[in-house]
Write a protein that binds this ligand. Structure first.
Ligand code: NAI
Length: 433
């Protein structure tokens, strides 16, 4: 499962040879660790157009030192770009500095919410999207480029901290919208989930295991749910992270009831991660490979969500994070069942998010992983696996930790203004928008 090509290009002869052959140049990504929790370099704050965003105090709290010599993060405030002429300011600000951004650094463009009454503002702000995605595809060296649309910097603090940290190493080419409103800052930003309870489905291994571990690192008491056949693994994970295991098939008719019974004190974070594949082209796909995929990946997610909201198990301030996939956004040959189920997750999130927030104080978002190094992708035939790894701007697969960090940001108590978002964790995969 190890990415030998990435190790090879990390050596001097490997780099020389692969460059000469014009092959992809993945760079070792700087991910979060307790020893290196911050980006290695300075923060450069630039502005294009006339901005009214009170950004500086929030940026000061990221812990990054302002400077321009070795920027690890360049934040371009383009919220004031309201017409095509003002886009020149984007070029003028970033053209001279892009080269100096350190490997695994960040370029973060800040845009304003689109104003439906002003087509000039919409054109200029939408232009930022094409700009961001294009720069993401050319910047290289493990550097990421994202666009954050916001109206209020304080309401976006958890998002700014996430995007300007090693936690977002595999998130690139994304457009994220954050609303306005009052947010609850945690007492301790290093343990934002202290005192909260989280439940992660399919957490005995793979991405779910990493999500459970990351939420526990952030202070949550975690319930590790998986099928009865995986109970021993679920127990091992629970023991390691100081949580509890729950052996349950999420497709069981009484799944909601049994989850509620296991959580008498209520729930703050619900992560729908359990998922299966039964790949076949549609012409060769019998109904017994179709039904279970829709049932595990979508039907059970809808049922347990409805049930836990109706029972009031999810407390106000709660967070639901569901798992989509780029296969649900772009489609994938051999995965009509899986693509349908994962696209259904997107529909669920977009529709439920505003109502769940208004009615229950609960946000609903999704992560959409690209190629992530797990047992699921290790089973993919070698050539398709190698193509999957390289067909993204970072030219490598992501790790379960990358999906886990994104989930932890969405689960954050200060992320109450992030709602209805589908955030791809795909290294800017070439598949889909
Ligand atoms: P995995 O196969 O390694 O782990 C999935 C876990 O879910 C297993 O522990 C399994 O026992 C559990 N599970 C399956 N059916 C269940 C059920 N009915 N009730 C309870 N638990 C059940 O998969 P991986 O790679 O960790 O994927 C996790 C999620 O991420 C899935 O939803 C998958 O579709 C999604 N995803 C993964 C990608 C990847 O590249 N690995 C890409 C895009 C999405």
């Amino acid at each position: 499962m190890a990415d030998r090509y990435l190790s090879f290009t990390g050596t001097a002869p490997g780099r020389f040879l692969t460059r000469r052959l014009g092959l992809p140049q993945p760079a070792e990504l700087h991910r979060w660790s307790a020893e290196q929790p911050r980006l290695r370099g300075e923060l450069l704050h630039l502005t294009a157009g006339r901005s009214t965003l009170a950004l500086s105090p929030v940026l000061a709290r990221t812990g990054l030192t302002p400077g321009s010599a070795r920027p690890a993060a360049v934040v371009l405030d383009a919220t004031g770009v309201a017409d095509v002429g003002a886009l020149d300011g984007v070029h003028a600000a970033l053209h001279p500095v892009v080269r100096s951004v350190v490997p695994s650094g960040r370029v973060l463009v800040l845009g304003a919410p689109l104003d439906p009454e002003d087509h000039h503002q919409c054109a200029a702000q939408q232009a930022l999207e094409g700009f961001t995605r294009s720069l993401g595809k050319e910047i290289g060296r493990g550097r990421t480029v994202n666009l954050l649309r916001l109206g209020d910097a304080a309401a976006a603090e958890s998002t700014l901290r996430f995007l300007l940290s090693p936690r977002s190493a595999y998130v690139s080419g994304q457009v994220i919208e954050v609303g306005s409103g009052t947010v609850t800052a945690p007492a301790d930003w290093d343990e934002p989930l202290a005192g909260r309870t989280a439940l992660v489905t399919g957490a005995a291994r793979g991405i779910g295991e990493a999500v459970a571990g990351t939420l526990a690192r952030d202070g949550a008491r975690v319930v590790v749910l998986d099928v009865p056949a995986a109970e021993a693994d679920a127990r091992r994970v629970a023991e390691r992270i100081g949580g509890t295991a729950l052996a349950l098939d999420v497709t069981a008719a009484d799944a909601g009831e049994r989850i509620a019974a296991a959580l008498p004190g209520g729930l703050d974070v619900l992560v729908h991660n359990a998922g299966i594949t039964r790949d076949r082209r549609l012409v060769n796909m019998p109904a017994d490979r179709w039904g279970p995929v829709l049932e595990v990946n979508l039907g059970s997610v809808l049922r347990t969500t409805d049930d836990l909201l109706a029972r009031g198990v999810l407390r106000p301030g709660g967070r639901i994070v569901a798992t989509a996939s780029i296969a649900g956004l772009a489609g994938n040959a051999g995965q009509t069942n899986y693509g349908a189920g994962k696209a259904g997750i997107v529909g669920l999130v977009r529709s439920l998010a505003p109502r769940a927030l208004a009615g229950h104080g609960v946000t609903v978002n999704a992560v959409a992983p690209g190629f992530i190094e797990t047992r699921m992708t290790a089973a993919v035939p070698l050539l398709i696996r190698e193509a999957g790894r390289r067909m993204n701007s970072l030219a490598q697969g992501g790790l379960p930790a990358d999906v886990a960090e994104t989930t932890a940001w969405l689960a954050h108590p200060a992320s109450g203004t992030v709602n209805g978002q589908v955030v791809r964790v795909c290294g800017q995969s070439l598949l889909g928008a």
